[in-house]
Design a protein around this ligand. Structure first.
Ligand code: ZN
Length: 130
């Protein structure tokens, strides 16, 4: 174990971008297996090689910048999916509406009839059937 610690000293290691690259590699190889397009299998090695390169790279500053760039793109996508999943999970107890003035999502309890909803973000009120 000591040799591995010595080998990895000063090297970047893994991060969110590396994980995404490995998932992309797996997806591409899976699609190539299903469709029989073996060109995709060759292409799937590119993200894998890039992930390995990043893991053993000593240019930590540049790898961190790449990861920050990736997170800047990925975080809104992830937030959107988490929000939709939460809305789906809570859809039996709550209804979700968009505020007509600020477009924020407002959650109200289900089955309360026609109610006046006050947006917590902008204070705008609107009528909806819950
Ligand atoms: Zn609003």
């Amino acid at each position: 174990m000591n040799w591995l610690q010595r080998f990895m000293a000063g090297r970047y290691g893994s991060d969110q971008l590396n994980f995404a690259l490995l998932v992309l590699c797996l997806l591409l190889s899976l699609i190539s297996q299903i469709t029989g397009l073996y060109v995709l299998l060759l292409i799937s090695y590119l993200p894998l090689l890039f992930a390995i390169f990043r893991m053993f790279s000593r240019n930590i500053y540049k790898r961190r910048a790449e990861n920050a760039w990736f997170l800047k793109l990925w975080t809104p996508v992830k937030t959107w999916f988490v929000q939709k999943f939460t809305m789906l999970r809570q859809s039996k107890q709550y209804r979700f509406f968009r505020c007509p003035s600020c477009r924020a999502t407002v959650r109200v309890p289900r089955g309360k009839g026609k109610i006046q909803i006050r947006c917590p973000h902008c204070g705008n009120t609107f009528l909806k059937k819950s």
